[in-house]
Every structure is written in structure tokens, then in C-alpha cells.
Design a protein around this ligand. Structure first.
Ligand SMILES: [Zn+2]
Ligand SMILES: [Zn+2]
Length: 267
């Protein structure tokens, strides 16, 4: 039985004989059903005509599906003091990507910012030896394929090592997180944003949305929570959700200015 994959958002579902009637990720107001109606694929079919581009993304090893599929996010292999963390996930797993990860020391854990990027997280974990997948407990309801290696964490911060932690910010999803590392490429700290803060196309600021494709803004109170949760962390770089969409330098200042601008616009 295949684990069907939604062609619009890239979410992989639990094994079943026939695809589900709808994808709850896409019928949610943060996403959308493809204009041609709900479409499904399978891991086997996806592997036939897609590959994973493996390349440096501003100093971090990055992986994304080519040609573009799903949202389309970049997965990153982020070094920490206690092994690499695979940040975010993809709908497709390939031998070439696994070999690349293994050649860099493998991954100790998977961590994902929010349900739009859960995709084939269980396949990635299985292929890497059953490593834990850290998801925030407030997004538990959105998991479409459960597995014993999924660890739901609670609270505001979850340490992955002495120099890397997941920060619960909420907003876009109730459990939305960011990953912060102390050193990073330039030694001045890095924030991996997911959609919790979205690096904008000028790569000089971030923004906040309940829904990006449907342009539904985030309430001011949620942005104030994000501000408070990130207040204690220094970072010079902010890595956005997709390849190249990164702020390289003075990212802390850019995030602070973006929050201030968002709040003043919404007064
Ligand atoms: Zn979907
Ligand atoms: Zn999202």
C-alpha cells in the first residue's frame, strides 16, 4: 500500500489502499486546493520524474526538489555541537541526498518548523536510522502519518544541543517554531525561520502571515509573541524557507525593524 502524497502541498499520508478524499492541509485556509482539484502522487511516481538538488545555500548544505514540487521549501543540514540537525523536510527521499548527508556525518535529529513542511519526514527518519523527529505538540493534530520516532515537545524552547534550540513562536500555526544556532556560518548566530518569519523577496526584512498564498495577515498579538520569544537571541543571518531567500548580515536588526514596521502598520 502506498503512502500517498498531496501534489499541491507535498504532505505524505499514512499507508492506505486509495488516496483520502481530501488533504486537510490544503483545505485549511492557510493553503489551497490545486486549481485542477485534489491531485495525488506516490513516492515511487515522484521519484520517477523528480530529483533533489544538493548544493550549498549561503554556507549551509541545502536540499530541494527539482523540478519544483509542493511549497517548495529547502531542507537544510545544520551542524550543532551534538551532530547535524536536518531542518525541515521534503516529499522525496533519494539515495544521492542520503549519501550526501552521510558523507557529512549523518543527522542526529530532524526538526520541522510547522505542518506545511512535514511532508515525508517519516521516510527521512527511517532512511537515516530512525532518528527522532521534533515537532511542537500544539501542531499534533496536523500529522498525517504518525510514527514512534516523532517526539512532540512542549513549552517555549527545546534544546537540541548546547548551541542549538527550537523556539516556539506560534503565529502562522499554533506550534510554529524557528531554529536558532549560536555560531552558524559566520560565528555570529543564525535563525532558521521556516514560515514563522518569512524572509521577503528583497532579503532585507521578514514578514508574518496566517496564510502566505491567501494573503491573510497575522494578528498583532501573535507578532508580539514572536517578538517576545526571539528577544534573547543574537543572530547575524536569517535563513528563509527556500533556497537563497536568506538575510546575510545584520539579520537581528532586520527582524527587529520588520516587527516594528508590522506593528506600526497595523495600529
Ligand atoms: Zn495538501
Ligand atoms: Zn506555511
Amino acid at each position: 500500500m502506498p503512502c500517498f502524497v498531496c501534489s499541491t502541498c507535498g504532505t505524505q499520508f499514512a499507508e492506505m489502499h486509495a488516496p483520502p478524499g481530501e488533504c486537510p492541509i490544503c483545505t485549511d485556509d492557510r493553503q489551497y486546493v490545486g486549481w485542477g482539484g485534489q491531485q495525488w502522487t506516490t513516492p515511487t511516481a515522484l521519484a520517477r520524474d523528480h530529483a533533489i538538488r544538493i548544493a550549498d545555500d549561503d554556507g549551509i548544505r541545502g536540499y530541494d526538489i527539482t523540478p519544483g514540487f509542493g511549497i517548495p521549501q529547502r531542507m537544510a543540514l545544520v551542524p550543532t555541537g551534538e551532530g547535524n540537525v536536518l531542518w525541515e523536510s521534503l516529499s522525496l527521499v533519494t539515495d544521492a541526498a542520503l549519501a550526501d548527508i552521510r558523507s557529512r556525518g549523518g543527522a542526529a535529529a530532524i526538526a520541522i518548523s510547522h505542518p506545511h513542511f512535514y511532508t515525508a519526514m517519516v521516510d527521512w527518519s527511517d532512511a537515516l536510522g530512525g532518528i527522532p523527529i521534533f515537532l511542537h505538540a500544539e501542531d499534533r493534530q496536523w500529522v498525517q502519518r504518525t510514527a514512534p520516532q516523532i517526539r512532540f515537545w512542549e513549552g517555549k524552547v527545546h534544546a537540541l544541543s548546547n548551541d542549538a534550540r527550537l523556539i516556539h513562536c506560534g503565529g502562522h500555526f499554533a506550534g510554529s517554531c524557528a531554529l536558532h544556532v549560536d555560531g552558524g556560518v559566520d560565528g555570529k548566530g543564525a535563525l532558521f525561520c521556516g514560515d514563522t518569519l518569512q524572509v521577503t523577496m528583497d532579503r532585507r526584512r521578514v514578514s508574518f502571515m496566517h496564510s502566505f498564498p491567501n494573503a491573510i495577515p497575522l494578528p498583532e498579538k501573535d507578532v508580539l509573541t514572536i517578538k517576545e520569544r526571539l528577544a534573547d537571541y543574537a543572530f547575524d543571518r536569517a535563513y528563509g524557507y527556500s533556497r537563497g531567500r536568506n538575510i546575510l548580515g545584520d539579520a537581528r536588526m532586520a527582524v527587529d525593524a520588520s516587527i516594528a514596521a508590522y506593528l506600526s502598520i497595523n495600529h
